[in-house]
Design a protein around this ligand. Structure first.
Ligand SMILES: [Zn+2]
Length: 139
């Protein structure tokens, strides 16, 4: 803010990975400096638990919009939650942030509808019709 003459708005991507303190700072920018802040990111992690920064954003935001998710669960329902797949099994415990990849990486993420996230069902073709409650070794 001090390095620029005037900032009208900020676009903050991946805000789920911000710290709670940074979210508070964004609110300060809005309230004390007249900056419009648009923050984007995931609401919840692979356990369907909210990221702390996302929770604080929900608490402080003037407006919250769920963006239309283009990705569908294997069953055809809208994909709402990200499942972490470790060694082929759905993980329900572990660090909140683990960098993963797609396809055959040791840690990957798969978008599921809430029903199949809760049931731990990764769909056909993955060899994981029913995930185990602990879902492998994510710790
Ligand atoms: Zn589904």
């Amino acid at each position: 803010m001090t390095a620029h003459d005037r900032i009208d708005y900020l676009i903050c991507d991946e805000a789920c990975f911000y710290t709670v303190e940074q979210i508070e700072q964004l609110a300060d920018l809005v309230d004390s400096h007249g900056v419009d802040v648009y923050a984007f990111g995931l609401a919840s992690d692979f356990r369907s638990v909210m990221f702390p920064a996302a929770q604080r954003l929900f608490e402080l935001a003037d407006e919250v919009c769920r963006l239309q998710v283009e990705v569908l669960c294997w069953c055809g329902r809208p994909g709402q939650l990200n499942a972490r797949i470790v060694g082929g099994a759905m993980a329900r415990t572990g660090e909140q942030v683990v960098i993963g990849d797609t396809d055959d990486a040791p840690v990957r993420y798969q978008v599921l509808c809430r029903r199949h996230h809760r049931a731990g069902q990764l769909g056909e073709g993955t060899g994981m019709g029913a995930g185990t409650p602990e879902g492998g070794s994510a710790a």
